[in-house]
Write a protein that binds this ligand. Structure first.
Ligand code: ADP
Ligand code: ZN
Length: 296
């Protein structure tokens, strides 16, 4: 059976896996994201040790960013301007290709997760949908008319501007570029700085979640109105707080105020705004899917 390698290259950890055509993981490792030379060497060693037994047809990478995902660009497959120490202008694809001698697929972390959910999870059969992660940052990717969303660079939905009522929430925001953009107000570190507590230790009844749901609903509503997705998947560590889902669904409907007259939103919002079906495997399985596409 054909085997593929996948790397979910996150800002804090790498997940590497070998999987077969139906997305069945054979072997997986995780390690903290060291500087590029070390992190990529660890990934290469893992794939080489597997390839000694069974060859890999291709490798896929879903990568933290910003990245260059344009195959026609001279810096395709690079992490570009990231503030993460040592990682700016790193040729991820070139180094992996040289070391492993196989085709290497590459996209943003969120487009990768979206592709995983499209092939094996909550977005099967859809052609326009969005995958959001609310974690250390807040980012979105997805598919439009059956193709992963690219364009000028890649979507940066997390940095959209949303209303911020400073009398309700005086917290100035976390984003180093914009302060109170969507990510600045709603990512995991923003919650922790605003409430001076780990998100995971705030009880489910804490007012933090009502405010978080408010911000998530504002951004999600803008995305519904901009891209007209057939479904939105909300993943990432913050969404482990399951009580957010009903709060976000309710407020999105209030904000839309009956304007989007589709049953998905008006009658079936529980299946419209959903968690990832692949759970925390969406990213690494998406990377496997990128590898499959690179091998074609
Ligand atoms: P990453 O963004 O590195 O991929 P995560 O998606 O797990 O990782 O996001 C980590 C962020 O999510 C942290 O800011 C953390 O506080 C927050 N987080 C993780 N788990 C939970 C949880 N169960 N409840 C609330 N916040 C969480
Ligand atoms: Zn921002």
């Amino acid at each position: 059976m054909a085997l593929y390698g996948g790397i979910e290259a996150g800002g804090t950890k790498f997940v590497c896996a070998v999987a077969s055509e139906p997305g069945e993981i054979r072997e997986e490792i995780r390690f903290p994201t060291a500087a590029p030379a070390e992190a990529l060497a660890q990934a290469v060693a893992f794939f080489r040790s597997h390839a000694e037994r069974e060859p890999l047809l291709a490798v896929g990478v879903s990568c933290f960013g910003p990245v260059d995902p344009n195959p026609a660009s001279p810096t395709f497959g690079y992490v570009t301007t990231t503030p993460k120490p040592h990682w700016a202008h790193t040729d991820v694809v070139g180094q992996l290709r040289a070391a492993l001698q196989v085709p290497v697929g590459f996209d943003t972390d969120v487009n990768g997760a979206a592709l995983g959910e499209h092939r094996w999870g909550a977005a099967r059969g859809l052609d326009t949908f969005v995958y959001l992660t609310i974690g250390t940052g807040l980012g979105g990717g997805g598919m439009v008319n059956g193709r992963l969303l690219h364009g000028l660079m890649h979507a940066e939905m997390g940095h959209m501007r949303i209303p911020h009522d400073r009398s309700r929430d005086p917290y100035p925001g976390w984003c180093t570029y914009h302060g109170d953009c969507w990510e600045g107000l709603a990512c995991g570190p923003a919650i922790e700085e605003r409430w001076q507590q780990k998100g995971v230790s705030l009880g489910p009844e804490h007012p933090a979640w009502e405010l978080e749901a408010h911000y998530l609903a504002l951004g999600v509503t803008n995305i519904i109105l901009t891209l007209s997705p057939q479904r939105i998947i909300l993943g990432g560590g913050v969404m482990e707080q399951q009580q957010l889902f009903p709060l976000v669904r309710r407020e999105v409907r209030q904000l839309l105020n009956g304007y989007v007259q589709k049953a998905e939103v008006s009658d079936a919002i529980d299946t419209y705004l959903v968690p990832p079906q692949l759970g925390n495997r969406a990213g690494v399985l998406g990377s496997i899917a990128l590898a499959m596409d690179a091998a074609l």
